[in-house]
Design a protein around this ligand. Structure first.
Ligand SMILES: NC(=O)c1ccc[n+]([C@@H]2O[C@H](COP(=O)([O-])OP(=O)(O)OC[C@H]3O[C@@H](n4cnc5c(N)ncnc54)[C@H](OP(=O)(O)O)[C@@H]3O)[C@@H](O)[C@H]2O)c1
Length: 321
């Protein structure tokens, strides 16, 4: 099968299109589904792994990557199911989260998948899973957001951020979105009640306070956001492993058991995937794709996302139906 492969850490040029062995479901893969991938998204996870970002090396290989195919989101068609799979059958159109979706076939745990929402294209569905799950779980599980609460989303125009704006609005919160000048009108259309241009205003110094500051792009620190929190307000960072001040503060907050700092890593969960599908079908949530690339252009897609200014999501077409 065709796949975008990286065998050494490095710049986007280390990615090559190769023919590699197609995965199969083994007898013990009872909860797994083999999916023929049509579209996958490109995320910061992909370029951080490709670069050999320090926090991922212990699990991904100290000197060179152990797994050679990136991609954590997919939309495609079920090719085969394990003996214990109950929610899907061969031929179902699905979307979900996995490891290794920048390849024509991938083996995915059943819990990572949901049926394709009826009102989304394959490309749109591939733009959703990890970014939307991240936003959903941060708001619903970590913050336990309630109607009427005030939320500030830093990085509101990105993959996680543009879902967070829509979800927070759907949960009945009053939403303040922080992004650059060019995206102000767009995040308002997504559902933000107030917008802040980070290029001309520092939200940590404007005297306003929020029940939740969701730092979707981990560009600020907990310390700098403390004055923006109400008495019971919390700060959530989506990148607790980011080396430097953020990681140091996270360690300090863990040691001091500071409950106002929410650390969050998204996890695969069938109920949450089905919840997202329901919200899309109810018209409360919609992915936005800035650009679609062919799999052959994977290096270019990485360069795009790595610039750090993606508007919504970037997807790659892995194979045509
Ligand atoms: N915790 C988890 O499980 C989990 C899951 C997924 C992702 N993540 C992490 O979450 C972070 C965001 O992921 P993502 O996919 O949303 O990234 P992304 O789509 O690449 O984020 C790009 C966005 O960042 C915004 N941005 C850039 N500089 C900014 C600044 N100084 N202030 C505010 N916004 C700024 C840009 O808006 P403008 O163009 O308007 O500047 C752009 O829209 C990454 O660190 C990723 O590793 C964590």
């Amino acid at each position: 099968m065709r796949a975008a492969v990286y065998r050494t850490y490095g710049p986007p040029e280390v990615l090559k299109i190769e023919e590699i062995e197609r995965p199969t479901l083994k007898t013990e893969d009872t909860d797994r589904v083999l999916v023929k991938v049509q579209y996958a998204s490109v995320t910061p996870f992909d370029y951080l792994h490709r670069r050999g970002y320090l926090p991922v090396r212990p699990s991904n290989g100290l000197l060179r990557p152990k797994d050679h195919v990136l991609g954590v989101d997919l939309a495609g068609v079920v090719e085969a199911v394990g003996s214990g799979v109950t929610r899907f059958k061969v031929g179902d159109a699905v979307f979900g989260n996995c490891f290794g979706s920048h390849a024509e076939y991938v083996s995915v745990r059943e819990k990572g998948l949901s049926l394709l929402p009826g009102n989304l294209s394959m490309a749109e569905a591939a733009a959703m899973p990890v970014a939307a799950l991240t936003a959903l779980q941060a708001l619903k599980n970590v913050a336990q957001l309630k109607p009427g609460q005030t939320v500030l989303i830093n990085g509101a125009a990105g993959g996680v951020g543009h879902f967070a704006v829509q979800l927070a609005r759907a949960f009945g919160a009053e939403v303040t979105a922080v992004c650059s000048t060019a995206n102000l009108a767009w995040v308002q259309q997504l559902g933000a009640d107030h917008m802040i241009d980070y290029r001309s205003q520092d939200f940590t110094r404007n005297g306003k306070q929020y029940d939740l500051v969701l730092d979707a792009v981990a560009k600020r620190t907990y310390a700098s956001c403390k004055s923006s929190l109400t008495k019971t307000g919390i700060y959530i960072t989506e990148n607790p492993l980011k080396p430097g001040t953020q990681m140091f503060q996270v360690l300090f907050a863990l040691l001091t058991k500071d409950k106002r700092l929410g650390l969050h890593l998204a996890s695969s969960n069938a109920e949450d995937m089905d919840l997202l599908r329901g919200m899309v079908e109810a018209g409360k949530l919609r992915p936005v794709i800035e650009k679609t690339y062919a799999l052959d252009q994977i290096a270019e897609a990485h360069r795009h996302v790595e610039q750090g200014h993606t508007k919504g999501k970037v997807v790659v077409e892995v194979c045509q139906n």
